[in-house]
Design a protein around this ligand. Structure first.
Ligand code: HSE
Length: 402
């Protein structure tokens, strides 16, 4: 029997215990020894939980138990998760995590530590919730030169935007709803302002390049400025509004990366991705496009991905599961060079000025009920040039076009 410990008994941590319990016979098919939760590390006690007798408050009890060779870290945040993870790895204990904050901040260091101590650091659940993505990139697609990853990587914002689409529910209402369902991060700003998705695309971009993409270098914008009026125009254009994350490698092997709301046309496979679901499109040089779809947040789905890593680590006890992600910084293309079209709304009084500033090749957009405004889509323009143009005129809102 593989004895494990769970660090942090919140939504995902308690989900891990549940998945191991409910699916024990399925897990035994994959790993006949079976998996047993011996300890739960948390500051709190859980007197009403069936796991109450396994709760400990001292990490050393776990790290000094020779029966423990795998732990899952579902604490969230960088500290003390980083210290506990590093100490476990240094003892040769593999760590599986859903904690993208820690993976984005310290991934290469923890992967290196695992390698040096013949154990593994795996983080399937840190990106795309229950979607089996990282393992597929590392195994089924290991022969591919992957050049682009585009996805909807945050379940909370996709849930909110989907709810706002019809015009019936407000942003605040949808946010409360998402929080109630356990989708949102503790600090809603991480979801709403795109930090969570930026961390996830930075992790994916790092795996794409094998070097480190710092999430702070990802061009990032959240969804808090998206209004019902924007959705009225989106509907008129037969588009959705999605918080997209994108990373691609150009011919000079520089990384371009963005997380921001985009207008997504009906033709895109990402258009139909609704609610808490995430989707990721990978482009490989031989296989072309491959798309993954699944629950990007939520207790059971995320916990299922953690348990897949636990099984992998248990099967590979005493050895390092290869993850190519080095400390050196990946070369980033300046975000200002990225070219795209923008949807823009200005006051009707500024129509003539808009043509002067943005040129005559803009395309006018009308939407039912929207009066007193001039709305249009620009020709392709760099981010930098667009910012310059936008500073010359009062803009009501603008959204990038995918
Ligand atoms: N808050 C995250 C989301 C949880 O909504 O996608 C999963 O990472």
């Amino acid at each position: 029997m593989q004895q494990i410990a769970i660090f942090g008994f919140g939504t995902v941590g308690s989900g891990v215990a549940q998945v191991i319990d409910v699916n024990c016979s399925q897990i035994e098919k994959a790993f006949p020894e079976g998996i047993h939760v011996k300890y739960i590390l948390d500051l709190r006690d859980f007197p009403d939980s069936p796991y109450a007798d396994r709760v400990v408050h001292d990490v050393d009890i776990i790290l000094n138990d020779p029966e423990i060779s795998v732990v899952c870290e579902t604490m969230g945040g960088v500290e003390p998760a980083h210290t506990f993870t590093k100490r476990a790895l240094e003892k040769g204990i593999s760590v599986c995590t859903s904690n993208k904050e820690l993976v984005a901040a310290k991934g290469p260091e923890l992967i290196r530590t695992a390698r040096e101590h013949n154990c593994s650091y795996l983080f399937e659940a840190s990106v795309g919730g229950g979607i089996p993505l990282l393992r597929v990139m590392n195994t089924s697609l290991s022969q591919e030169k992957l050049t682009r990853i585009t996805g909807i990587l945050n379940g909370t914002t996709n849930y909110i935007l989907t709810g706002m689409e019809s015009g019936d529910r407000s942003f605040d209402e949808m946010l409360k709803d998402a929080q109630g369902r356990g989708y949102a991060e503790r600090n809603p700003e991480a979801d709403i302002e795109g930090y969570d998705a930026a961390r996830k695309i930075a992790i994916l971009a790092s795996l794409l390049t094998g070097k480190t993409v710092n999430y702070e270098n990802v061009l990032r914008e959240g969804i808090s400025e998206i209004s019902e009026a924007d959705f009225a125009y989106a509907r008129a254009m037969e588009c959705g509004i999605k918080l997209l994350s994108d990373a691609f490698l150009d011919d000079a092997a520089e990384v371009h990366s963005v997380t921001a709301p985009f207008l997504v046309s009906r033709e895109s496979p990402l258009f139909g991705v609704s609610g808490v679901f995430n989707a990721v499109l990978l482009h490989g040089n031989m296989v072309d496009d491959v798309m993954f779809y699944g629950r990007g947040a939520g207790k059971e789905a995320t916990a299922s991905a953690v348990v897949s890593d636990i099984i992998d680590c248990a099967k590979n006890r005493g050895s390092w599961i290869r993850v190519d992600w080095a400390d050196d910084a990946a070369a980033m293309a300046p975000a200002g060079n990225d070219r795209r079209r923008f949807f823009v709304r200005v006051s009707a009084a500024d129509e003539e000025k808009a043509y002067k500033v943005f040129g005559t090749d803009i395309t006018r957009i009308s939407a039912p009920g929207m009066v007193g405004e001039f709305a249009f889509v620009t020709a392709p323009v760099t981010e930098e040039r667009f910012s310059g143009m936008a500073s010359e005129i009062d803009i009501i809102s603008r959204i990038r076009v995918y």
